[in-house]
Design a protein. Structure first.
Length: 299
């Protein structure tokens, strides 16, 4: 039995460390069993006081847009989870978002909200038909989110107090909604920042109830005037007891963890660490100059 366990750990370590397997994982996402094995491997490394992979090398995609699923699995492997509750604000159709892997493969109870009725209906059908959630699909709420209704929307659907995860990707009023949100206290937050602003400015677009980021200023289908800078979010969340721990592969989604959780194995990251990808560098050089003179709010 001991020999089998040793072989299991060695195979898992190879999965984490070997660069070919790591690249392969981005395109061939692990199923639920492989994810559980990966979690055990991370936890074994902690118990044996062995080096952990850097957060940036742990990503893979199952239902997330990029590699957020793998990074979230890594974070929760280190900090554990409590009530397995999550909220996704602007979830689209739920088929591509940051909470779906946890809902389908790890038993999370989720609340998903989006302002597009067509996407919400598609998402409801997806969860109703999926064998892992058909018995009890997560509530998928159609609502246009504002500062005035965000807390009520969440509390009216049975979510309040501590939860394990909040995902926020509004393509617009993200900073203002997050600053107003107080009905839940997530242990982990993943949110989208506007990487083209760069690491040195703490700014956001002005608040508007009916803001639509795709209305005017875009480059190749990407919004140039929406959301907020990473420094703006980092300052806001530091005041609430969170630390930045890293970002996704393409430098536009950031991960924050409550300060008291796993500091010894999950160190804080610098804001400047989250702008190294060529896409971010190109955006700062080519996209931001087109919108830098538009109205921005210093925060």
């Amino acid at each position: 039995m001991l020999q089998k366990l040793k072989k299991f750990v060695h195979r898992s370590l190879d999965y984490i460390i070997h660069p070919v397997l790591r690249r392969h994982a981005i395109y061939q996402p692990p199923d639920a069993a492989a994810q559980l094995q990966l979690m055990l491997t991370y936890q074994n490394l902690v118990r044996e006081n062995k080096p952990l992979p850097p957060l940036r090398d742990t990503g893979f995609r199952v239902y997330s847009e990029c590699d957020e699923d793998g990074i979230l699995l890594y974070i929760f492997s280190l900090i554990g989870w409590t009530n397995k509750r999550c909220v996704e604000v602007c979830a689209g159709d739920g088929i591509q978002c940051n909470t779906t892997n946890l809902i389908l493969h790890h038993g999370f109870n989720g609340l998903l909200i989006d302002g597009d009725s067509e996407l919400v209906n598609r998402g409801r059908k997806f969860f109703m038909r999926h064998p892992n959630t058909a018995v009890f699909p997560p509530p998928f709420v159609h609502a246009w989110i504002t500062r005035r209704n965000i807390n009520e929307l969440i509390s009216n659907h049975g979510f309040s107090g501590e939860i394990d995860l909040l995902s926020l990707d509004m393509d617009g009023m993200d900073y203002w909604i997050l600053s107003e949100l107080n009905v839940i206290q997530p242990r982990v937050i993943v949110l989208e920042y506007l990487e083209i602003i760069g690491p040195e400015r703490a700014i956001t677009v002005p608040y508007s109830d009916d803001f639509w980021g795709f209305a005017k200023y875009t480059t190749n289908g990407m919004m140039d005037y929406a959301g907020a800078s990473l420094l703006a979010f980092t300052k806001l969340l530091a005041g609430r007891g969170y630390r930045l721990v890293g970002c996704n592969r393409f430098n536009y989604n950031a991960f924050f963890v409550k300060e008291e959780l796993a500091r010894d194995v999950l160190p804080g990251a610098k804001v400047s660490d989250c702008f190294s990808h060529p896409k971010a560098q190109w955006g700062m050089a080519e996209r931001f100059p087109k919108v830098k003179n538009l109205p921005w709010v210093d925060v």
